[in-house]
Each structure stands twice: as C-alpha cells, then as structure tokens.
Design a protein around this ligand. Structure first.
Ligand SMILES: Cc1ncc(COP(=O)(O)O)c(C=O)c1O
Length: 329
C-alpha cells in the first residue's frame, strides 16, 4: 500500500508502468505469455498481463475459464477442455468471441510465443468492460485471455506417501454453479485454506444428500472394498476432463482384472470411507492417492496400486496418446 503519510498522487502513465514492473519485481511470476483480445495480441512481459478493472469478470465474477496441459510441446486433450468451456459460456450467457477454430489458433499461438514446452494453458472468457453495473454494459465486447504458465505443482510426497483430506465445513456449490467453470471459486478457495490451516492437504465437499462431491480443483474417486472404480456423478460437480479420460483408460485395468468394473454413481460418504483406495484426479494433480480422510486411514493407509496404475496410464496418454495437438513453435 502507498504510504498514507504521503499525499495520494495522481499518476502519469509512465509511473503506472513503473509500478506494474515493480509489482512483478516484488512478486516474480513465471507467466510465459499472455494473449488478450482487449490488447489485440500477445505479451510476454508479466507487467503487461493486465485486464481493465471494470471488466465484469473482475468485479462481478461474470467470467469463465479452463485449463489444458502442455506436454513436450503438445497440447493435451484441448477439445475436451474447449467443449467444457463452451458449455460454461452458454450457462453463463457469455458470447463466444470467435469461432472455436480461431480460439484454438490463438491458444496455440500464445503457447508458441511463450516458447514453453511443458506447463499449463489457462484461458478465460469475460463479459467485458464498460460499467460497474450487474448486466454487461451496452455494447460490451467479451474478452478472451490466454495465459501460459508452468502449471500448479504439488509436493512429491503426495505421490509417494499419499495425501490427507478433510470434509470441508463449507457448503458445496448449488449444482448449476458446480458444473459451470466460472471464475467464482470462493467455496473452493475457502475449502483449501481451511484444510491447510487444519494441517491437511485438501478438502472434500459433501452434498446435501450425504454424497461425495469433489475437492478444491480436483475430482475424487474410489476403489471400493470389492475392487470397483467408482466416481461421483457429474450432475453436482465439475465434469473433470481428467476424470472422463481416466474412466475410459480404466477399462484397460478392468480387462486385465485389476479392477472389477467402472461406475459413475452417487457415493454415500459412509460407503466411501470404507474404500480400498481414494484418488484425487485433475489436470494439475493428474492422479494422486489419498491415504487419510478426517483422520481415519483409507484402506491400509498407504498409496494403493490402482492410483499408481491409473497415473501411469494417464501419463502415457499425455505423452503418446491420440489427444495431442502439436504446437507450431
Ligand atoms: C472444481 C473442480 N473440480 C474438478 C476439476 C478437475 O477438472 P480437470 O480434470 O478438467 O482439470 C477442476 C479443475 O479444473 C475443478 O476446478
């Protein structure tokens, strides 16, 4: 904050630029490239990765986003992420700013400009600037933004020792908002902060009927005591692209006899607590084993073989599968 003992100055544009640079010097970020439809192109200086304050995504949360992975210079499963982006846009009454092919091209061009070969690509659609009202301003143009960054990373021990979760005290989002990937992540943020202050790794939402929901930015799934891979239904949680892919890849484990089946169904908490394995699934975490929930062990309290096998299948799919789009660097 500016020192309030000094007078509050009106700033010339050069000082604003210097302040934006200073901000990034204080808090370095590893954002490699940013596209903004409002700026009309791509920037690689993080100080220039800005959005107008009156954009409705900023002050009303009227925006959506999605994140796809970048693996060895190829974008993984982008079509699934764009499908979800389009569904979210429709639910939020946001107008797609361009045809899908053009969005794909902008995403790819931003990755190329970044030079990054591994990491994550997050992109947003906002309802645009022009007022501080609730409905978008008359004539507001939707904003499209793309950020290339290293991706979220998690401690190695999550994979080697497994992680611990708690049932959050925060209510799950109503279904319409849970299935929509809008920028309203307050419950998700609070759940994760609550878990960290309680000394565990993450939280789990439970719905009003006592069924398992999801975690902060990840889905959860179980290997039941009788060896079936069970995933909560997608009507009250986000349809994770990772989950949808894992449910397909898991068929191989079923064919090999490692699991007894794959089911998407309501999962009562009491049943879930008796699972052999509990898994976290998501684009950033991939597949990680949960070994304790609310202080009680899951299975034998150690990472299980199905989590490991599914992680291997997913990693193989991310490197050599048929869902990779090469970037033209
Ligand atoms: C609330 C929530 N659930 C689940 C997921 C997992 O989705 P995905 O596998 O597409 O990363 C995410 C991440 O986007 C999320 O934010």
């Amino acid at each position: 904050m500016a020192n309030t003992t000094q007078s509050v100055r009106q700033l010339p544009a050069e000082d604003v630029m210097a302040a934006l640079r200073q901000l990034r010097a204080q808090q370095p970020v590893k954002f490699a490239a940013f596209y903004s439809s409002q700026l009309g192109g791509i920037v690689t200086d993080p100080a220039l990765m800005v959005i107008p304050f009156d954009d409705h995504m900023v002050h009303r949360g009227h925006g959506i986003f999605d994140t796809a992975g970048l693996v060895e210079g190829k974008i993984y499963d982008l079509e699934a992420h764009l499908d979800r982006f389009e569904r979210s846009a429709e639910r939020c009454r946001l107008i797609m700013p361009a045809a899908r092919a053009e969005l794909r091209e902008i995403i790819s061009a931003t990755v190329a400009a970044s030079g990054a070969r591994d990491g994550a690509i997050r992109y947003w659609l906002s309802s645009g600037p022009g007022s501080l009202d609730l409905s978008p301003a008359a004539g507001a143009e939707p904003g499209f933004f793309v950020m290339v960054f290293p991706g979220l990373s998690y401690p190695e021990r999550w994979y080697t020792e497994g992680l611990k979760v708690m049932t959050t005290t925060y209510p799950i989002k109503p279904s319409l908002y849970a299935v929509t990937k809008s920028t309203n992540y307050l419950p998700n943020v609070l759940m994760q902060m609550e878990a960290k202050s309680a000394g565990v790794d993450n939280g789990v939402f439970i719905d009003a009927n006592g069924h398992v929901g999801e975690s902060s930015n990840m889905n959860v799934a179980f290997v039941t005591a009788d060896g079936v891979l069970r995933h909560p239904k997608f009507d009250h949680i986000l349809a994770g692209c990772t989950s949808l892919r894992i449910l397909e890849l898991a068929r191989k484990l079923e064919r090999d006899g490692a699991i007894g089946g794959v089911e998407v169904c309501d999962i009562p908490v009491a049943e879930a607590r008796g699972a052999r394995e509990m898994l976290l699934l998501g684009s950033s975490v991939k597949v990680a084993p949960i070994v304790a929930w609310d202080g009680a062990p899951i299975g034998d309290g150690k990472p299980g073989p199905i989590a490991k096998a599914l992680l291997a299948l997913l990693e193989e799919d991310m490197r050599t599968g048929d869902r990779l789009i090469p970037v033209n660097y």
